[in-house]
Design a protein around this ligand. Structure first.
Ligand code: NAI
Length: 386
């Protein structure tokens, strides 16, 4: 079996190690912090015990999986790895240092990957002497449970590197999609309006958090409302992703972060993890009741949905990914009830363009500009899937 080395034994590194070891790979996890290595090892034992208790796997399989994973603070153990995946702090300088050191240890044909969510792969790849063997492999949290993995070749990546990385990750029973090395790749780019437009409607006083969450879940079929989801992810993390995407797009107003979320984050109202976010998570707290007004609910859903569709259409327009991969990314990476391009067909391309133009007409903000692809499709009477 091939060998994987994981750099960083935090949340993502530990999850990725579990995925590969479950698929039969030998895995080495490395971290500079020995306490974190111990925590990672203990958490994997706990996960395996739970899987055995739930009868998802038997004890022998659990022992075998755990037996395939070694923990070390010494990167010399990376020797003979077929693949290295880095999952350390999101800091370009630290990542670059780690990559140039690791490249000297591994074989010449070892594929070297980063799990970065927000940094440019071209900039990380530039730290390698041979960047053609470097690629982005972006898992979602929690890695063992989320089926989606985005594979992102940098401009320097050889085709063979991308092909091999995809084949390996597919063999780990993950669903891979290919994305261009642009901010947010597919999911973190296309999902921005789910949060941004909901926050905007709240700021305008159109509805409160509970009503917006109710509309998106009850009428839209989303598993979690945007405010529940932001509280779950953490307002600090969600805000930082939005701000990074906004800056990386040269301040395109479409991705402008919200003051509401910035203030929540600054106040320490981070969500579930701090006990308070948009909602209060104290045991005796009462959950606010939504205003279950169908007309208002539909207005909320339609506005968020058309902005999501616009983002997905524009990602296709700019060749960030294929039609199928954009839809798969959103249904398997963030559990959307339907692919957004499929949804656009159902709502009708005319409806999408008219709704976006109405928003633009009302606000005269660049944020509401309709993707040229949708406009072109409307003129030609086309849909995404026929
Ligand atoms: P984390 O903070 O849980 O873990 C990072 C680990 O890297 C820490 O244990 C730290 O001790 C270790 N580390 C730092 N410098 C190191 C070095 N030079 N050598 C070896 N180990 C080192 O972080 P998390 O959340 O697991 O994220 C890791 C990476 O994955 C980041 O690039 C992040 O953007 C990306 N990512 C995170 C997701 C998430 O939801 N947490 C989702 C997808 C990607």
């Amino acid at each position: 079996m091939p060998k994987l080395s994981v750099i960083g034994a935090g949340t993502m590194g530990t999850g990725i190690a579990q995925v590969a070891a479950t698929a039969g790979w030998d895995v080495v996890i490395n971290d500079t912090n020995n306490e974190i290595l111990e925590k990672s090892s203990a958490s994997l034992v706990k996960v395996m015990n739970r899987l055995v208790e739930k009868e998802k796997i038997d004890q022998e399989t659990a022992d075998k999986i755990l037996g395939r994973i070694d923990f070390t603070d010494d990167q010399q153990y990376f020797e003979n790895s077929d693949l290295v995946i880095e999952a350390i702090v999101e800091n370009i300088e630290i990542k670059r240092k780690v990559f140039s050191a690791v490249e000297k240890i591994v074989r010449e044909d070892t594929i070297i990957a980063s799990n970065t969510s927000s940094l440019s792969l071209a900039s990380i790849g530039a730290s390698l002497e041979n960047p053609s063997r470097f690629v982005g492999i972006h898992f979602f949290n929690p890695a063992p449970l989320m089926p989606l993995v985005e594979i992102i070749p940098a401009v320097q990546t050889a085709e063979e590197t991308t092909r091999q990385a995809k084949e390996w990750v597919d063999s780990w029973k993950k669903l891979t999609v290919l994305a261009k090395d642009t901010p947010g790749f597919i999911v973190n780019r296309v999902a921005r309006p789910f949060y941004g437009e909901s926050l905007r409607m709240y700021e305008e006083g159109i509805a409160d958090f509970a009503t917006i969450d109710w509309a998106m879940k009850e009428l839209g079929g989303f598993r979690m409302g945007p405010f529940e989801l932001m509280d779950f992810i953490g307002n600090d993390i969600n805000y930082t992703v939005t701000e990074t995407v906004f800056q990386s797009f040269f301040y395109d107003p479409r991705y402008r972060p919200s003051f509401t979320q910035k203030r929540m984050s600054e106040a320490g109202f981070l969500g579930r993890k701090s006990g308070r976010g948009y909602y209060d998570y104290a045991e005796d707290a009462t959950k606010p009741e939504p205003i279950k007004d169908e007309k208002l609910g539909k207005e909320i859903l339609d506005r968020v949905l058309v902005m999501l569709i616009n983002e997905a259409a524009d990602a296709l327009f700019l060749n960030i990914a294929s039609r199928e991969d954009i839809d798969t990314a959103m249904t398997k990476g963030v559990n959307y009830p339907k692919g957004l391009l499929k949804w656009a067909d159902e709502k009708g391309i005319d409806w999408c363009v008219e709704r976006l133009d109405a928003l633009y007409e009302e606000y005269h903000e660049d944020r509401y500009r309709c993707s040229p692809l949708l406009r072109r499709m409307k003129t030609k009477k086309q849909s995404f899937y026929s």
